[in-house]
Ligand binder design. Structure first.
Ligand SMILES: Cc1cc2nc3c(=O)[nH]c(=O)nc-3n(C[C@H](O)[C@H](O)[C@H](O)COP(=O)(O)O)c2cc1C
Length: 356
């Protein structure tokens, strides 16, 4: 079954990668403001005996106003409850149902869900069988190239074909490689040669030019981008401009300052009483990526990470992104050596418990 049409026909497709604790409704709206991807994916809905559809994730399907289709992602392996959850989700305007088969957090994979499924293709077969039958529309899968090696790679691709998966998003790392190793684009290309459905290449795509390189190399239909879109929310618009042969939007530091304000609004707590420092920590987690393109010395990152209160935090943003610096360019590729370090003062473990 074909996907809903992308924004521009005849261009590679784009998707915002699902990111727990990041790709909620307000973040999708912010990305929509700067230029939406063709497709969104929700944070994952947990599926188990007592699970219920989480309201805030449902909101990202029902309330977002970007006009772009949203796939609902599930994590689980209990066949009865997968079926029940899919039935419940199909009452909402989802573009399709996506299986998370890549989450590398030990507390997740030890339950044989997420990336843990990749250890046992027989389990994958049972899950695919159930989900395919429960999904009259699009059934999509997001996975990695293996658990600790690629020994089950061919079998997984066979199952993707056997169960007529409608779209495969492939992060070119094993589960054990987490988020920071090199990305094995050669395995993404191999998968593209072996599966019948369209594919999204995923992993470290950092700019429109890099995206075009990866699309050409892997021959995938599209690119799925996560951290690169937190860092540079203009990336989907830039990719469209690149392929249309138009000048690619070049953001300035003033544009980044505007983005900081929008992120601040997006991190407004839903419930009153959430302390400011929690909100500040979330901002630091997001700006940890943005800071990679602000200055080659990483000075903004260093200072921003040290801020303990809201006022000094914004003063640092104003100093580095406003005033005389406002018209300076924001680097669309991260500056060499300026890394989103996991060992900064703010723990930037993802909600699924993984170091980025
Ligand atoms: C903060 C964070 C949360 C994530 N949560 C999810 C998730 O809920 N579901 C999922 O399939 N992948 C999740 N991922 C993995 C991303 O979707 C993506 O595969 C990975 O970050 C590699 O792409 P990137 O280099 O473009 O970020 C998460 C990644 C990050 C950084």
């Amino acid at each position: 079954m074909p996907l809903p049409p992308p924004i521009v026909p005849d261009q590679p497709w784009t998707a915002l990668a699902p990111m727990q604790d990041v790709t909620d409704l307000p973040f999708m709206q912010v990305i929509g403001h700067y230029g939406p991807p063709d497709y969104f994916f929700t944070e994952y809905f947990r599926v188990h005996e007592t699970s219920r559809l989480e309201r805030h994730i449902l909101d990202s399907i029902t309330e977002q106003t970007t006009g772009r289709p949203v796939f609902a992602q599930l994590i689980g392996h209990d066949l009865v409850h997968l079926r029940r959850t899919i039935e419940e989700l199909l009452k909402y305007p989802v573009a399709g149902i996506d299986l998370n088969m890549g989450c590398p957090a030990p507390k997740v994979y030890k339950k044989n869900v997420g990336g843990g499924l990749l250890r046992n293709p027989d389990d994958i077969e049972r899950v695919f069988d159930t989900m395919r039958e429960a999904c009259p529309g699009l059934f999509t899968v997001k996975t990695r190239i293996g658990f600790d090696d690629t020994s089950h790679f061919d079998r997984v691709l066979e199952l993707v074909n056997q169960y007529h998966v409608d779209l495969l998003s492939l992060h070119g790392r094993t589960v054990k490689e987490l988020y920071r190793s090199e990305v094995h684009y050669d395995w993404i290309r191999k998968a593209r040669e072996g599966v019948n459905c369209p594919m999204f290449a995923n992993g470290n795509i950092s700019s429109a030019a890099h995206c075009a390189e990866i699309i050409t190399y892997t021959r995938c239909e599209g690119a799925m981008i996560g951290r690169g879109a937190i860092r540079n929310p203009w990336i989907f618009r830039q990719i469209r401009e690149h392929y249309a042969g138009q000048p690619v939007f070049a953001p300035t530091l003033a544009d980044v300052r505007d983005y900081v304000d929008r992120l601040w609004v997006a991190t407004t707590p839903v419930r009153p009483g959430v302390p400011d420092n929690k909100r500040l920590n979330k901002m630091k987690k997001l700006l940890n990526f943005v800071g990679q393109g602000v200055d080659p010395e990483g000075a903004f990152l260093k200072e921003m990470r040290r801020a303990r209160e809201v006022e000094p935090f914004f003063a640092i943003c104003d100093r580095h992104l406003g005033g005389e610096r406002a018209s300076e360019p924001f680097s669309c590729e991260p500056y060499e050596g300026v890394v989103a370090r996991p060992n900064c003062e703010v723990p930037i473990n993802t909600a699924d418990g993984c170091r980025l």
